[in-house]
Design a protein around this ligand. Structure first.
Ligand code: ZN
Length: 425
């Protein structure tokens, strides 16, 4: 059965330093009745499940993104079982109605480098390394039956010391992989109606980024993944420059998904550079370190939630936090560490005015207690709050774009740091 084709419509392009895009992905799902607003972030999952949350708990959260991300690295080792099951990954994982996007790697699990060859790319699951050729990669996708997938690509050029020669090779290989994927795809009735995202590589070399974007855009792809620009690989100024240059080369009417970037400050800068979609792994990383997202964005929240007032949220500054490019597991200035003793007798909600289940029913002191005694409920409550807070942030980004208030939102989210950036520019 041919699925309806996903459509992407831009409702507003804001010309400024960059080119922010407000848009909507339409005709999603088997009936084609679902949509997702952009800029937005995908729902991050481990094998289809949002970590810590059952489907039932997850769906108590309103306005979740309609697109769920699963990673081939996690699924590859289950191929035999999936083959035997026959009905695709969505049904296998007991997922509710959702649009499934299959990426190559898990953005929250750094992938060891040094294992790609001209013909293969390696992914790492819980059982170790799995080497994929395009044939194996496509066979897996036929088993998974996603709605979108990222084409196979050589993304091992994110380290700053990568040579120009290696970067050029990665662009060439990724284009060759894409052509091979498209060829198999066109001859696979099982993949009819499924959309392919081409992958733009090019490390930190501007000319290679532009070449990769131009060449990928010539292929019949439905959207683009911008790879190799993840947090920790380069500073934001360079990322903005590269993303803007790439986006100038890409067609306006196809969505651009930036991989590996989730910090609110970096998201805002990349939205300004024309990115439409992000991976939603950041709330998970925050949860894993026992932290709660706690930053300001009061431009817009959905009507069911109380507006967070400017001074109700305290954003503690962490030494060196913002300058750390090496470690994605390090706490950022957008969160509070609830394991900290000072929260042991703090009877307020995680964030004053937050309408999530955790904030409506529990106090910081209780979550602190759950964390220090290693109770599983701590992860559940934190994941609920962090997901709601992060989705609220994206909703605020979209609303600020619609109302031409992105600068005001930036000042609010970035606080002092934002103010400094604004004066410099
Ligand atoms: Zn909350």
């Amino acid at each position: 059965m041919a699925a309806k084709r996903m459509q992407f419509e831009l409702s507003r392009v804001v010309q400024g330093k960059g080119k922010c895009r407000l848009g909507i992905l339409k005709a999603l799902g088997s009936t084609g009745h679902h949509s997702m607003d952009t800029p937005g972030c995908l729902l991050y999952s481990h094998l289809g499940t949002v970590p810590h949350l059952t489907q039932e708990t997850l769906h108590t959260i309103k306005n979740l993104p309609y697109v769920t991300q699963v990673t081939l690295s996690a699924i590859a080792e289950h191929q035999e079982v999936l083959d035997e099951f026959k009905d695709g990954f969505r049904k296998f994982a007991g997922l509710h109605d959702t649009f499934l996007y299959c990426s190559l790697h898990d953005p929250a699990a750094p992938c060891p480098t040094g294992y790609t060859t001209n013909k293969t790319v390696s992914v790492w699951g819980s059982g170790g390394r799995i080497e994929l050729t395009v044939a194996k990669f496509m066979a897996l996708l036929k088993t998974v039956q996603p709605d979108w997938y990222q084409a196979m690509a050589d993304g091992e050029t994110w380290q700053s010391n990568t040579s120009r020669k290696r970067v050029r090779k990665s662009v060439d290989r990724s284009l060759a992989h894409l052509d091979e994927c498209l060829l198999v795809h066109q001859n696979s009735p099982e993949l009819e109606g499924v959309a392919v995202f081409g992958v733009v590589e090019g490390g930190d070399i501007l000319e290679e980024r532009v070449r990769s974007a131009r060449e990928t855009a010539k292929r019949p792809v439905a959207g683009f993944c911008l790879d190799g620009l993840q947090t920790g690989s380069l500073d934001q100024a360079l990322r903005t420059e590269l993303v803007s240059a790439v986006n100038t080369e890409l067609p306006e009417d196809k969505p651009r998904l930036l991989q590996g970037v989730g910090r609110p400050d970096e998201v805002l800068a990349c939205v300004e550079a024309g990115v439409d979609l992000f991976e939603g792994f950041f709330p998970f990383q925050v949860t894993e370190r026992g932290c709660a997202l706690c930053f300001n964005y009061s431009i817009c929240l959905d009507p069911e939630r109380t507006v967070l007032a400017q001074d109700e949220v305290e954003t503690p500054l962490i030494e060196n936090g913002e300058d750390n490019l090496e470690d994605q597991t390090q706490m950022t200035t957008f969160e509070i560490n609830l394991k900290d003793k000072r929260f042991g007798d703090d009877f307020g909600p995680l964030v004053e005015g937050c309408g999530c289940y955790c904030c409506r029913n529990h106090q910081r002191a209780y979550v602190h207690h759950l964390l220090v005694t290693n109770e599983l409920l701590a992860g559940v409550l934190l994941m609920i709050h962090n997901t709601v807070h992060y989705q609220g942030f994206f909703s605020a980004v979209r609303d600020s774009l619609a109302k031409d208030q992105l600068d005001a939102l930036k000042r609010q989210v970035l606080g002092e740091r934002g103010a400094q950036t604004v004066t410099k520019e």
